[in-house]
Design a protein around this ligand. Structure first.
Ligand SMILES: CSCCC(=O)C(=O)COP(=O)(O)O
Ligand SMILES: [Mg+2]
Length: 275
């Protein structure tokens, strides 16, 4: 098939999607917000948070997950891993903080880290210290896609709780009603096809229907994994994102705004099929 024909087929398929899954960092929201606001907030409040919440059952769950992750990292011989050994409370606390900072230095996407980060951000959003910034085109586009009968989902390395905090506290208000569901790394890493297969199962779009699901991301490896699962994928190129290679540009459609996407009305399409 010629590249031109493939591009036309892809356009036709995109027009008729039933569901759109959006990534956050680099897609709906700038990388700089995550790295220059959210992550520094965690670094700044980590010590106090761990001390004041040590006895809470929520923190104890987070600690359990961090310990399990540290044990796995040790057995996988991850370079530089900071262990969290059992021992006196003060020593465990210190090791936990060091482990979290080490994970953040390496921008790790482990469920344990993301869960804790989400819990630390909760107060910041609730107090209005942090507002979830989304690109100007995002809110209007999401609304118009919902009006066209599309279901919108989020798939981010950020925990489901952190996703809900962000979209529940944007400068345009609470956008959560626009979403039909949220996925995080509980379904697997974003660079693995199996994670997208799990999402397809959960949203009941298996087999041929996978082709009616579109994933929007800034990361070519994630787009490749999504396509391997049977989904469609489009790359989002925002200011401040990593530059896309020629290969990535040749393999995927690239948009710089959600407004670049045009969809057919899903209601009309169903009616057309009946006629
Ligand atoms: C839910 S906002 C926090 C985002 C985050 O922690 C992160 O690692 C971003 O990952 P993404 O998969 O959205 O690129
Ligand atoms: Mg991203």
């Amino acid at each position: 098939m010629s590249a031109e024909k493939r591009a036309l087929d892809q356009e036709e398929s995109i027009l008729n999607v039933s569901s759109v899954i959006v990534d956050i960092e680099g897609t709906t929201t700038s990388i700089s917000f995550v790295h220059d606001t959210l992550f520094p907030y965690v670094r700044e409040h980590l010590n106090d948070y761990v001390k004041s919440n040590w006895a809470d059952s929520e923190f104890q769950e987070d600690l359990k997950a961090l310990k399990e992750q540290a044990q796995k990292d040790e057995s996988d011989k991850v370079e530089g891993v900071v262990a969290i050994p059992e021992g006196e409370e003060d020593a465990v606390r210190e090791a936990t903080i060091k482990n979290v900072l080490w994970q953040m230095d390496n921008d790790r996407k482990t469920g344990a880290l993301k869960q804790l980060q989400g819990h630390i951000w909760r107060k910041a959003y609730e107090k209005g210290e942090v507002v979830g910034p989304i690109y100007d085109d995002v809110h209007e586009s999401l609304k118009s896609w919902v009006d066209l009968g599309k279901k919108i989902y989020v798939y981010s390395s950020g925990s489901v709780e952190a996703q809900k905090l962000l979209f529940g506290h944007t400068k345009e208000g609470d956008l959560l009603k626009l979403f039909s569901g949220h996925f995080d790394t509980a379904v697997g890493a974003k660079t693995e096809a199996g994670s997208y297969t799990k999402i397809l199962e959960k949203i009941e779009k298996t087999g041929e229907e996978a082709k009616t699901v579109l994933f929007l991301t800034d990361v070519p490896k994630e787009a490749t994994a999504a396509v391997e699962s049977g989904m469609l994928a489009v790359l989002v190129s925002r200011e401040g994102n990593a530059a896309l290679t020629d290969d990535a540009k040749a393999s995927f459609r690239v948009i710089s705004s959600f407004a670049d996407l045009a969809f057919e009305d899903s209601g009309k399409r169903k009616k057309k099929r009946k006629d």
